[in-house]
Design a protein around this ligand. Structure first.
Ligand code: ATP
Length: 365
């Protein structure tokens, strides 16, 4: 087994900055886990602590059931890929990929050649071994960096924003490619990105970091649909967030007074009457209908749903869907996404929006 375990990992830099404030995670063998969060939240420090480039000030790091906290990077059996590829410019692609095995010293030349050929095949650059990095495109260089990290058959792959310097289209291609290769090799992977979409599309699990801590760890669908904190709701994707005070809780449904309106929401946490709380609603969860009246903008509670009326103020095509912004609830803006690209409503139209109570999620304020 080649999982990774962090227990109470804390990192205080010499100047006093507490970059990582005690994180725990058990990453299973073969799992792809992404650390995502805003700039400065401690993602890279956590990754470098796993790699051994940083020494934690508290806690332990284990790789493949072995405590490696005090081992230097080269004794940890991990492969790392960086944002700037960090290929050796004067070496051929072959020699770049062979580097880790050469440094190890325990391989025959023909073993190395066979492995390099296998790795270049894996990253779809067969026959490119004689070129130098400057003869390859950015995307190809990134594939070489990946081949180089994987060649010595490490226990774990550590990726620090490896796609950040690629343009959007190439980046999207490489997201798919990287995931394919990771699954084919079956290697335990920790990936760092500040790009939420990348985290949601690539990972088995996401750890959302904020200010040196893991705010929530879970599969992409769960973290997106069931954010546990306001920060997670806000950071991953678009969220409609209504802040208010809990009026009552019954049968797992909280009634929350949000200024001029009252919303009912699934109460997953432990909020009680009188607590401050926020109601989170994802844009795709709404149903749009023509408005039945020209009247008010208060949410009304209908059978298992909250219903709003509002006026479309903005519409944009997202390709396969359409996003509307509505003015509703005493001037508040609501973002609504319709999945169908054939919706012909335009700015100025009055609409009624309905969202199931189950699709409204309470988070502590
Ligand atoms: P980014 O997305 O911008 O790379 P990050 O989430 O990876 O950010 P880190 O690079 O881990 O964050 O930094 C976490 C905190 O630690 C920041 O406040 C940063 O300024 C600080 N920090 C990082 N490296 C050092 C260092 N070598 N010495 C002192 N402080 C550091």
């Amino acid at each position: 087994m080649s999982g990774i375990t962090l227990e109470g990992v804390e990192k205080r830099y010499p100047g006093g900055v507490l970059a990582v404030k005690g994180v725990d995670i058990d990453i299973e063998s073969g799992e792809f886990v992404t650390l995502v969060g805003p700039s400065g939240c401690g993602k890279t420090t956590t990754l470098r602590t796993i790699a051994g480039f940083e020494q934690p000030t508290d806690g332990t790091v284990s790789i493949a059931d072995e405590v490696v906290t005090d081992l230097p990077p080269y004794e940890r059996d991990t492969g790392m890929v960086f944002q700037d590829f960090a290929l050796f410019p004067h070496m051929t692609i072959h020699d770049n990929v062979a580097y880790g095995m050469e440094a190890d010293g325990g391989y025959l030349d023909e073993e190395i050649d066979a492995r390099v050929a296998e790795m270049l095949e894996l990253v779809e650059l067969p026959g490119m071994g004689d070129r130098t990095p400057d003869q390859l495109s950015g995307g190809q260089q990134q594939r070489v960096a990946l081949a180089r990290a994987l060649a010595p058959k490490p226990q774990a792959l550590l990726l620090d924003e490896p796609l950040a310097s690629l343009d959007k289209k190439l980046r999207e291609q490489m997201q798919v490619e990287l995931r394919r290769i990771q699954q084919e090799v079956g290697i335990t992977t920790v990936f760092v990105t500040h790009n939420q979409e990348e985290a949601l599309t690539m990972s088995d699990r996401i750890a959302v970091m904020n200010d040196g801590r893991f705010e929530q760890v879970g599969p992409p669908g769960e973290v997106y649909d069931d954010p546990e904190t306001r920060f997670v709701a806000d950071f991953l994707g678009t969220a409609n967030i209504f802040d208010g005070t809990v009026e009552s809780v019954a049968d797992g449904v909280a009634t929350v007074e949000c200024g001029d309106t009252t919303l009912r929401a699934r109460n997953v946490g432990s909020v009680g009457a009188g607590d401050s709380a926020s109601v989170v609603i994802r844009p795709e969860r709404f149903d749009l209908e023509a408005a039945s009246t020209d009247g008010g903008t208060t949410a009304t509670a209908s059978e298992g749903a909250n219903v709003f009326e509002g006026t479309i103020t903005f519409r944009r095509h997202l390709g396969s869907s359409i996003e509307y912004h509505l003015e509703t609830l005493a001037g508040r803006e609501l973002v609504v996404v319709r999945r169908s690209g054939h919706d012909e409503r335009t700015a100025g139209d009055r609409v009624s929006v309905r969202v199931g109570v189950d699709d409204c999620r309470i988070v502590e304020a």
